[in-house]
Design a binder for this molecule. Structure first.
Ligand code: 4NP
Length: 158
């Protein structure tokens, strides 16, 4: 069982999108039992809130199912219990280190680290500020495919 945690600043746009996109992919691959998948925020700004409406609209347009989401902040317990922590942008690393002090087990990765399509910035721009949920969706999607390929899955049908 691989325990995956997606992290962004607010946990209402990018990290819940990544959580539900990744859940959809492992369901399609028939390997959902091999994963525990969740998402959290580095900040307390949106704690308790549902996913942002435009993020939900974007997922719906792409046929991605999602459940009731409640934003919460990342904890030291999350760090200890996760196998892989995927951040949306390098700045999230700074936010996480305010909570955990240091990535002492080396399990924090940029989501697009394994994304072969990614030639320029590996950061996923925040659609909360850009308003561009389609770009965020497509970058998160390629990041998730990169991760699954790295884990050794055949992603050609995704
Ligand atoms: P996210 O976007 O990190 O992709 O969830 C944000 C949503 C809200 C805020 C920041 C980022 N906020 O500061 O309220």
């Amino acid at each position: 069982m691989k325990k995956i945690m997606f992290v962004c600043l607010g946990n209402i746009c990018r990290s819940p999108m990544a959580e539900y996109i990744f859940k959809d992919m492992v369901r399609k691959l028939g390997v959902e039992d091999e994963f525990s998948i969740s998402s959290t925020a580095t900040s307390t700004e949106e704690v308790g809130h549902d996913m942002y409406t435009p993020a939900k609209r974007c997922l719906t347009q792409h046929g991605i199912r999602f459940g009731k989401h409640t934003a919460r902040q990342f904890t030291l317990q999350d760090y200890n219990e996760s196998d892989y922590i995927f951040i949306m942008e390098m700045h999230n690393y700074v936010g996480l280190c305010r909570i955990i002090q240091d990535d002492y087990d080396g399990k924090i990765y940029l989501l697009r680290e394994y994304d072969k399509k990614c030639r320029k910035s590996k950061d996923i721009a925040d659609p909360w500020y850009t308003g561009d949920f389609e770009t965020a969706y497509s970058e998160i999607r390629s990041g998730c495919i990169g991760v699954l390929k790295h884990f050794g899955y055949n992603t050609s049908k995704l």
